[in-house]
Design a protein around this ligand. Sequence first.
Ligand code: SF4
Length: 181
Amino acid sequence: MTTLEKVRQRAEADAKTYGYYLHPDPEFLNDLLEGLKKNEERYGYPSCPCRVASGKFEFDRDIICPCDYRDPDVAEFGFCYCGLFVRKDVVEKKLPIHSIPERRPVEKQARAYAMAPEVIEKPARATVGVAEETAQVKKKFWYCKQCGYTVFREDPPYICPICKAKRELFAEITIGAFVRG
Ligand code: SF4
């Protein structure tokens, strides 16, 4: 069974290998590690705690931590999309952590959202239409209008973990066109 300590050790070892550091805020770091642990238990692999995974290994390969987007993000911004891996200048407080653009193509994000097992309940009938399926959506895709942080859950968070915006600043992302595509 995956333990939080194991997830932490793995992240620390990986950071060391690449000359990175982990997020300097222990509470925030803990949340990210918890997210990785939960995803590993749920899917069998540690998909990114800040992104929606489809539950299909091949499809999610690019967002298994450390994801394909980490190194270009650290090189360009100083930290990865979640902020788990950071550069030395971030730890030294020379560079603030803020929201950064998502490199994962939006089509992949939308497809993952449509494929995620928790998103859509199994239709009662095999012939159920896509519109009927989407009406059974339980969780939603939310984004922070202030910083662009995205999260997949029933309700938006009370506080944005990235920019600390209040819940009112979250809006739902509707991607019906992709779901139906
Ligand atoms: S964004 Fe960071 S935490 Fe998320 S998968 Fe990539 S490296 Fe891991």
